[in-house]
Ligand binder design. Structure first.
Ligand code: SF4
Length: 193
């Protein structure tokens, strides 16, 4: 049983899989309370649903499901990941890195968007999606080493702020200088969830 904020279909707008149509399962709850959070729906208690009920809701026409939040790893995802795999869909797990296990990584593309220090990363992940704003320094040398080791590095400008243009310009510049991937949040441009 998991607490679910919402289930919907849309276009994945972030990270390595951007542009792919997907099912989205947004789980309720988070271990953090970031001031810039743009998904407050996760703060509501959510609807308790069994893993079977969740999978029943997914579009079977699609080949990709994104599990997001809130912070999905505050709940046990083992059974949900198994069941989505059984219907033959790829899985992206979008997480701030709270509790990522080796088992999760064996079943899903784990995209960690760290909130705060890069010193607190989990042991397992495929992609680091780094938020970029004009006020924060980014440890480029660390990210280049990660890229060299095979991690996909995506830079995503912080938007919905007064200085969106500057944040976007900084992210583009860093991507070009370092051969990182730009994560545009396509959903904002498309006017979808
Ligand atoms: S970790 Fe993500 S979902 Fe949780 S409060 Fe921060 S921005 Fe919102």
């Amino acid at each position: 049983m998991l607490r679910v904020a919402e289930i919907f279909t849309s276009i994945q707008g972030e990270g390595d899989y951007q542009g792919r149509p997907a099912n989205f399962i947004r789980l309720a709850g988070c271990n953090l309370d970031c001031g810039f959070c743009d998904e407050p729906i996760h703060k509501q208690p959510g609807t308790p649903m069994t893993e079977e009920e969740i999978v029943d809701e997914l579009s079977k026409n699609l080949s990709l499901t994104v599990i997001t939040g809130g912070e999905p790893t505050v709940q046990d995802l083992t059974k949900l990941l198994d069941m989505i795999q059984k219907i033959g869909q790829e899985i992206i797990l979008e997480t701030n890195g709270y509790k990522v296990t080796r088992e999760y990584m064996s079943k899903a593309w784990v995209c960690v968007s760290p909130k705060g220090s890069l010193n607190n990363l989990p042991e397992y992940y495929n992609e680091l999606k780094i938020l970029v704003d004009t006020y924060s320094d980014i440890d480029i040398n660390f990210l280049k080493q990660e890229a060299y080791n095979g991690t996909v590095i995506s830079l995503q400008p912080l938007t919905g702020m007064t200085n969106d243009k500057e944040n976007i310009a900084k992210a583009i510049k860093l991507c070009i200088e370092n051969d990182f991937r730009y994560s545009p949040r396509l959903q904002n441009y498309l006017g979808v969830k």
